[in-house]
Design a protein around this ligand. Sequence first.
Ligand SMILES: Nc1ncnc2c1ncn2[C@@H]1O[C@H](COP(=O)(O)OP(=O)(O)OP(=O)(O)O)[C@@H](O)[C@H]1O
Ligand SMILES: [Mg+2]
Length: 249
Amino acid sequence: MIELIEVSKSFGANVILDKVSLRVEEGETLALFGPSGTGKSVTLKHIIGLIEPDEGDVIVDGVSIPNAGRSELKRVRQRVGYVFQGSALFDSMNVEENIILGMPEQRVREDKAGCHERAMECLRLVNLERQVADLYPSELSGGMQKRVAMARAIAGHQAYLLYDEPTTGLDPKNASIITNLIAHLQEELGVTGIIVTHDIENAFRVSDRVALLYEAQIHALGTVEEFLESSDPVVQSFVRPDTESVPTA
Ligand SMILES: Nc1ncnc2c1ncn2[C@@H]1O[C@H](COP(=O)(O)OP(=O)(O)OP(=O)(O)O)[C@@H](O)[C@H]1O
Ligand SMILES: [Mg+2]
């Protein structure tokens, strides 16, 4: 389970999160929407302890992240796959080495052949050829980098997955492949996930619930159906961006 309990975060005078509470149940996938610059990435970063809350608590897998010691934090992070918004691949490592970073250190030391095979399997899952394994991030298109980042996030059979705009910049076919992979991870492997996205159509296909972050708070939270039927004008502008202008924070 992932839980934010009354989390507040400001950068200087800029209040990003104001007592935000949010709970993602075991095996659930939550889509997190919100205008650009509203704090979606900041919210995800709290979950792996890259950003500390000013107030409140963040519980992942039963551990309070802001209060966790070094080794405990490392253990939890190993169970959380993170697809960073900008892919965040290591330029000096080839694709296979980048993917292997997502695997547990002990396995990497003891089972090199198994890790290689798993890296190849993850490439296949994100619809990339085996030959891509030897390339460096600078030799890949943005969409390919995104899929490698996805492969790294799932490489260690992580129980939690945080996707920060996993389909942005992908062509419709690959966006659909990634969305199907997210659905498969959730349905068949019971992964607990949060998808930050502007891709409403794909997100609604795989999400159990939807949250809308707006003006530093969870403005709305509900099932896909509840979102689609909501008469709240802010929700409406996200669900049907064609008919109304998207409000900015
Ligand atoms: N480390 C930081 N230091 C200072 N300000 C930050 C930091 N990280 C994020 N911010 C600010 O917090 C706000 C929210 O940023 P965040 O990246 O979470 O937005 P977002 O909702 O993910 O937007 P987008 O959809 O454009 O990715 C922005 O105003 C950003 O400039
Ligand atoms: Mg972001």
